[in-house]
Design a protein around this ligand. Structure first.
Ligand SMILES: Cc1ncc(COP(=O)(O)O)c(C=O)c1O
Length: 427
């Protein structure tokens, strides 16, 4: 008798996901997601919400009170930031150095902004001077920029950007979806107004929750736009003087009221995703953020060495490469998609291609979050080496995995520990 495929239990094939993200989730995160559900206002649930706020202050390296989760993928957190900051006709400056810069221009323009985009060739980043000059030329209300743009694997330096903006009364927004947890990100020291993230890259979770942190300046501005939906206005409620935020779901003023002791009802918090986000942050804090960053840096060095041993050419400005993903040119002599397909089919290893002008030209190979591990990197290099040869690539005699292993062995005495605030400093 044939069993209807619809009635079969889901049983995904085993995969090692080494693309630009999503990647395999940490098993501890998956276990946390299967914990029992709680009511929305159960004291245990609201306590978990408060703990999430504390844990993400450490991950973002900030003392911002307003640090919480947006339910939805990273894009939801981006959209809630921009729709809550932007009023119709506001000028928004977006430095674009890849696909996700274009996404910021797209969302800002849907929010009614006058968008000014400045562009860099994919594979390059902006200097602080270039951004400063654009701020002075255009006088925007908001600067919106990506930290790591996964489409190009470049990591934009941001250490002076928040201050440049603050000196000019400009609000700064950063999309750190792909870079947080694997590349230095010091929201407090850098003076960034709003930063958003996602779980599915270096934080070791699945997609579906967007951590956000909001400075006092940005929060005050957003609270001036506070308009509560009918039927739940608290006693004595006086609406904000400024225009109502265009989106109900992504209204940060209402979301802040929900994440405050007032717990003013908004959406129904996605309980399992909250457990998940909490566990992602807990694992990072337990390991130590400095050690997590060092683990990504070491993985990047090993991956680079292995790819070079295969005689492959790396993509972009390597001095500004994200630690968690490496771009590499596909050799002219092979069909890139066929190599990727065979890596998945024979080895169960997934790597990525890219978008737009880089589609079919580069592969993007990640080592992030739970997968920023020696065994995962060595297996990926072995799979790539075999599949390249299978497709006729004349690789040098060097062994890619061995070259990477030498990098790991040289660090076995103890990788440098980058000093980052301990749990107790930021509460
Ligand atoms: C830099 C960056 N921003 C935004 C996104 C969008 O994230 P999501 O697909 O979780 O909405 C991604 C996804 O890869 C990304 O890499």
């Amino acid at each position: 008798m044939k069993i209807d495929p619809l009635l079969k239990q889901i049983n995904p094939p085993p995969r090692l996901i080494m693309g630009p993200g999503p990647v395999n989730a940490d098993p501890r995160v998956q276990r946390a997601m299967s914990a029992d559900l709680l009511g929305q206002y159960d004291p245990a649930m609201t306590e978990y919400m408060n703990e999430v706020m504390t844990l993400y202050r450490i991950v973002f390296q900030t003392e911002n009170h307003w640090t919480f989760l947006i339910d939805g993928t990273s894009r939801a957190a981006i959209e809630s930031s921009l729709v809550s900051l932007i009023e119709k006709g506001d000028k928004v400056l977006v430095p674009v150095f890849g696909r996700f810069g274009h996404l910021l221009t797209e969302i800002a323009s849907r929010c009614g902004a006058e968008v000014i985009a400045i562009s860099k060739e994919w594979g390059q980043i902006f200097t602080p001077e270039e951004i400063e000059a654009a701020l002075d030329e255009h006088h925007p209300k908001v600067l919106a920029i990506c930290q790591g743009d996964t489409s190009t694997t470049m990591n934009q330096p941001l250490d002076t950007i928040g201050k440049l903006c603050a000196e000019r009364g400009v609000l700064s927004y950063v999309d750190a979806t792909a870079s947080i947890g694997g590349n230095e990100l010091l929201i407090g020291d850098w003076g960034i107004d709003i930063c958003t993230a996602g779980l599915q890259k270096c934080l070791g979770g699945p997609s579906g929750s967007g951590p956000i942190t909001i400075s006092e300046t940005a929060a005050a501005l957003i609270q001036e736009r506070w308009h509560v939906e009918k039927g739940i206005e608290p006693a004595g409620f006086i609406p904000g003087k400024q225009s109502r935020i265009q989106s109900n779901y992504f209204d940060l003023a209402m979301l802040m009221a929900y994440w405050s002791p007032q717990r003013l009802n908004h959406h129904t918090e996605a309980t399992s995703m909250l457990y998940c986000a909490r566990e992602c942050a807990r694992c990072i804090v337990e390991e130590g953020l400095g050690k997590v960053l060092a683990r990504h840096e070491l993985g990047s060095a090993a991956m680079v060495r292995g790819l070079q041993a295969l005689g492959l050419q790396l993509f972009g400005d390597l001095s500004h490469k994200m630690t968690n993903v490496t771009g590499v040119y596909i050799p002219d002599t092979v069909d890139g998609e066929a190599v990727r397909r065979d890596m998945l089919h024979y080895f169960g290893v997934e790597i990525g291609t890219s978008f737009g002008p880089l589609h079919g030209k580069i592969w993007r190979i990640g080592a992030m979050g739970y997968n920023a591990r020696r065994d995962a990197i060595l297996r990926t290099l072995n799979a790539l080496s075999s599949c390249l040869r299978l497709h006729g690539y004349k690789a040098p005699e060097h062994d890619a995995a061995l070259a990477a292993l030498e990098v790991f062995k040289s660090e076995e005495l103890g990788p440098a520990d980058i000093e980052i605030s301990p749990v107790s400093k930021i509460r």
